[in-house]
Design a protein around this ligand. Sequence first.
Ligand code: MG
Length: 283
Amino acid sequence: MRKLQNGVILATISLGIDKTNSVYNWGMEKAEIIVFDLDQTLTESKSPLDVEMNDLLCDLLRIKKVAVISGASFKQFQDQFLDHLVCPPELLSKLYLLPTDGAAFYEYKDKWQCVYNHALAVEEKQKIIKAFEETFLETGFKREERIFGELIEDRGSQITFSGLGMKAPIELKEKWDPDRKKREVLEENLLKKIPEYSIKLGGTTSIDITPKGIDKAFGIEALMKNLNLSKEQVFYVGDAFYKDGNDTSIIRLNIGYKSVGDPGIEDTKQFIREFIKQSQMGV
Ligand SMILES: [Mg+2]
């Protein structure tokens, strides 16, 4: 698919479906950094990075910079991604992490270092949590009997609701709100209470609240500024481009992007393989 927006061509590609699609080459040729979403793109929701994806990312890091942006906290990045990433340190220096939808930014210089972190003030956090509590009552939301971890988590620069708790098994999470209807009811009510915040559905059970203006587009703009990259040099891969999905803000950046399908993980692996192949061919 390709479409014109503000005079700039955006590329969404479907590798494995139409490998002859020339939009693929067009969208990738100037890419210097590939930015990935985490949940349902590089890993299953809140699940460890697998060995095959690790190897593909290391191979990609040998030829390009890589960034990962997610609603997850840095702690969650560590548990889910960094603890399972086996890459030589010289490659890690080409990897950038943007937890909490880019409200925080980390780079590797002998160790992971925070470049910036826009944390929410205590009063802001209290206001958001109160809005959730009122929303549960007003919408008749039924809290699940078993919550794995916290229902509402303070991630510093973001407050995140996870319907079954962040640590719930993926099999349960996938069944909890597959059509997003449960979360949309909550989202609608929250929008009335805290319209000054950005409210995004992410993963399989989550609602992420961040200060307005802080979303993945913000994070990627900060990344471009920090690394002195132009829009043509950035390519994005994510799974949640639906209405109010946590990848949708990317579209307004007018950068090339790929929406990975179902299952997103396999689609992403295929994308990386094809990208490396095309790069080696000098395309
Ligand atoms: Mg995702």
